[in-house]
Design a protein around this ligand. Structure first.
Ligand code: AHR
Length: 531
């Protein structure tokens, strides 16, 4: 088992209308009060050697009939390019701490195989390795985020991997890279120091891992003009103590940026993982597609917990680093349901419904509100695993509802966040012991455009939204809507009921934006501002 059962919460629920239930919500948008920049890296991705994410998802091999470039699926590349994905984390996950990079370079037919012990106990032939991953990043136009093997590797192995990837002169590793067909070094901006060291990454205590992170960080060198942003592997969920220990062990100069001398920081950021998991226990997390209203609302209660957890880690970091120079990274997040019937339990293949899309949209609202500390987030995972953007079925490609949320929110990349405040309590539902706010929203501005993201979590009731737009004259609003008749609606190779369409119910007159959100829907509204 990878994750502690404490992650699961079997709250008994009702889905009664809560005291704040109403079909109307009012809010204020301060368009002239730009806040922290929303890093595009909050829209990052994650590709692990797990199930059909790499093999069949990204990689079909050079002999495939599926259109590809050098073995990499072109339909997947095209779909992800449309999202402007900012970074891709690889090779794991738990797999990263079993991966030995030298097995994945050189002629493919001579690469040694290994057992993927975490994911299905299948034989991994190492056909997809460093060169293939870097070629994928180049095709996607995305930044690589490479996770080193701290759990079962060596410091030397990790140091040599960086040299292999990023060094330009005639060093031993640069020479080996050239022998394997790549002359120029690559750029690698993000470097992970292991993964879940408290669990699959080595079963360590926070103190033991902090020592290792300093050691690995020290030898994770910058070569030439490649500057690594080193990310220490962090907590499960709300384990704030883990974050505190890592902050205490950071090094002499908080947020110094890179290792350039003795005593400089050995890592520049700290990660944590948080999945949206509901269900009785780890072996009964519930179906991705068959769920009732109770289960839907319990999922949303779990999803909205992300805000409290980000704030918890951020508070700990603030105590040590009030200038916010150390980054917080959520490098795994998303829904985790039971696998689809008949599929390999170790492959974590699940369908993706409107419920997943709304889990994503409320996460992004929380990310935007914490953009001062949260610098990166990576959905788990990009293709065919957990809350995927894309599902492949032979040569067919399916865009999931979650994919559309990433697409609709693209305008937030590197935009300045804007304060959007709900008046009063806002609508809610009582879910067991919890009060679930059923309206979620965030806003940003970039290049003279304002973008609002608006979510109505109520499964049954539409919501009239009225927003007082202050501080700027606003142009004509353009709305886009993602919803479906059923909250469990999902896309397959033969039917795509969940699609983005224009949002007609939107107007902006005399500084008041009015939108009607259908039940269980996500919408974006954009408009130009004039002084
Ligand atoms: O994303 C699947 C797994 O979840 C990752 O390998 C691991 O880091 C986490 O437990």
């Amino acid at each position: 088992m990878l994750i502690d059962d404490e992650r699961l919460n079997d709250t008994q629920t009702t889905t009664d209308p809560g005291p704040g239930t109403s079909r109307r919500v009012q809010a204020v948008l301060d368009a002239d009060l730009p806040g922290p920049r929303i890093s595009r890296h909050l829209y990052g991705h994650f590709a692990e050697h797990l199930g059909r994410c790499i093999y069949g998802g990204f990689w079909v091999g050079e002999d495939s009939d599926v259109p590809h470039e050098g073995g990499i699926r072109l339909d997947v590349v095209e779909a992800l390019r449309a999202l402007d994905i900012p970074n891709l984390r690889w090779p794991g996950g738990c797999f990263a701490d079993t991966y030995h990079w030298r097995d994945g370079v050189g002629p493919r037919d001579q690469r040694p195989a290994m057992v993927n012990s975490h994911w299905g106990d299948v034989v991994e032939d190492n056909a997809f390795g460093t060169h293939e991953f870097m070629a994928l990043c180049e095709l996607l136009g995305t930044d690589p985020y490479v996770s080193a093997n701290v759990g079962s590797g060596t410091v030397r192995e990790a140091a040599e991997w960086i040299e292999y990837l990023t060094r330009s002169d005639d060093s031993p590793m640069a020479r080996l890279r050239r022998e394997n067909g790549r002359d120029e070094p690559w750029k690698v901006p993000f470097w992970g120091l292991g993964n879940e060291p408290w669990g699959c990454g080595g079963g360590m205590s926070s103190g033991a891992y902090a020592e290792l992170a300093r050691q690995y960080g020290t030898y994770s060198l910058d070569h030439g003009d490649n500057h690594l942003y080193r990310i220490a592997a962090g907590a499960a969920d709300a384990d704030y103590r883990w974050t505190e220990v890592l902050m205490q062990n950071l090094g002499r100069y908080l947020g110094a940026g890179r290792v350039s001398g003795h005593g400089a920081n050995t890592y520049q950021a700290i990660s944590f993982h948080h999945y949206t998991i509901v269900g009785e226990n780890w072996d009964a997390k519930g179906s991705a597609t068959e769920f009732d209203a109770d289960e839907y609302y319990r999922t949303m209660v779990k999803a909205t917990e992300i805000e409290r957890i980000i704030a918890g880690h951020a508070n700990v970091m603030d105590a040590y680093d009030p200038d916010k120079r150390v980054g917080l990274v959520l490098d795994e997040w998303g829904t985790w349901f039971d696998v689809e019937p008949g599929t390999n339990p170790g492959f974590l293949f699940q369908q993706n419904t409107m419920r997943d899309a709304l889990v994503a949209s409320v996460h992004f609202d929380a990310f935007h509100r914490h953009a001062d500390r949260l610098v990166m987030a990576n959905i788990a995972q990009t293709v065919n695993v957990l809350q995927a953007m894309l599902l492949t079925d032979g040569d067919a490609l399916v865009l999931t509802p979650s994919y559309h949320v990433f697409a609709m929110n693209k305008g937030h990349h590197d935009a300045a966040s804007l304060p959007l405040t709900v008046r009063g309590n806002g609508p809610s539902r009582t879910v067991g012991q919890d009060e679930l706010p059923t309206f979620s929203a965030s806003a940003s501005t970039k290049d003279g455009q304002v973008l609002l993201s608006l979510t109505n979590l109520d499964a049954d009731e539409p919501l009239d939204v009225e927003i007082d737009v202050r501080g700027a004259a606003a142009g004509t609003p353009v709305g886009r809507l993602l919803t479906a008749p059923e909250i469990a609606a999902h896309n397959t190779a033969s039917a795509t009921p969940v699609q983005v369409r224009p949002l007609d119910d939107v107007s902006l007159t005399d500084g008041t934006l009015r939108v009607t959100l259908p039940a269980h829907s996500f919408a974006t509204v954009s408009f130009a501002t004039r002084d």
